[in-house]
Design a protein around this ligand. Structure first.
Ligand code: 13P
Ligand code: SF4
Length: 311
């Protein structure tokens, strides 16, 4: 699409959102033209908080399915739409409710902390939910002598063990995009850009090794944490180890600074399924409505409420 075509479609989207009483929420990994038309752009935690507080009649969720499901659980009286139902998540797909029930049966008495990248069924089997933005605070809120089952991301789990000093039982799931960012990618950059600060998402396959470097220029952060950090840092150059969609938001929030992807291959095909055209169609044709079965939603709600409350 040309710049003019994009601008015209963005106007159409804004007009439809107004007409329909819908708020558009977009994750930091969305394509630039979708981020630019949204009412709110943020990380999983910020998007859940925004969904919980909006007074709009409907929410169009430009992100992946588990995020829209979380919004549907938090707002049972609102319509939640996702522009493409196939926008899944390889990490969320790495554990089913049945597998979690079996794991719990093997560890009676343990508290279950689930990363938000899980299906509603898995959340319904969990005690707490967390995101990369509040996972440390959630773990620290649980009494020290309690055994914790942490799922499904192993790299996030290993990072949590390091920063909290707690031993966790960790599910061996991973996100294919972040697991693909390897220590070699970081080493190459450290040689090429010794002046840059390194921003690393805790889902990355290189996160544990980055911590082992003990380098003061390395910062393990959620996507929104990266944006806050870059905005307030006096430094000018940043290497970013996460999905490349965040570069648009970073450059918008701190235009005078320089941001480079550690790996250009770190692209989430699920996040990229949401296009401006599909967003327009979603508002125009009122599709695809995301619902969660009330019994599952009620059980998942407790875990999500605890997550939204702890920042
Ligand atoms: P954030 O919550 O840090 O935005 O991460 C979401 C996600 O899906 C990471 O891949
Ligand atoms: Fe899921 Fe990974 Fe995509 Fe995030 S980047 S939505 S964890 S597949």
């Amino acid at each position: 699409m040309t710049t003019t075509e994009i601008a015209t479609m963005q106007e159409e989207v804004r007009a439809l959102a107004r007409e329909r009483g819908a708020v558009i929420l977009a994750h930091n990994y969305q394509v630039p033209e979708v981020q630019d038309v949204a009412d709110f752009v943020g990380d999983s935690l910020g998007l859940s908080q925004e969904a919980a507080r909006t007074d709009a009649e409907a929410i169009v969720f430009c992100g992946v399915h588990f995020m829209a499901e979380t919004a549907a659980i938090l707002c049972p009286d609102k319509t939640v739409l996702i522009p493409d139902l196939d926008a899944g998540c390889s990490l969320a797909a790495s554990i089913t409710a049945e597998q979690l029930r079996a794991w719990k049966a093997e560890n009676p008495g343990a508290v279950v902390v689930s990363y938000v990248n899980t299906t509603a069924d898995v959340k319904a089997e969990s005690d707490y939910c967390c995101t990369s933005g509040n996972a440390k605070a959630v773990i620290e809120s649980i009494p020290e002598d309690t055994e914790i089952l942490f799922l499904p991301d192993m790299y996030l789990g290993l990072w949590l063990e390091k920063v909290t000093g707690r031993r966790l039982r960790i599910w061996m799931g991973e996100c294919h995009v972040h697991a693909g960012i390897r220590p070699a990618d970081i080493e190459r950059w450290q040689a090429d850009a010794p002046d840059a600060e390194l921003l690393v998402h805790p889902e990355c396959g290189c996160a544990s090794q980055c911590m082992a470097f003990g380098n003061v220029r390395t910062h393990i952060l959620s996507t929104e944490g990266m944006i806050r950090f870059a905005r307030q840092s006096p430094k000018e150059r940043f290497l970013v180890a996460t999905e490349t969609g965040i570069l648009h938001r970073l450059s918008k929030e701190a235009p005078e600074k320089r941001f480079e992807a550690v790996s250009e291959k770190a692209i989430c095909r699920y996040m990229k399924m949401i296009t401006l055209e599909k967003l327009r169609d979603s508002l125009r044709d009122w599709k695809h409505v995301v619902t969660v079965e009330p019994e599952i939603a009620a059980r998942a709600r407790g875990a999500i409420d605890r997550m939204v409350a702890i920042v």
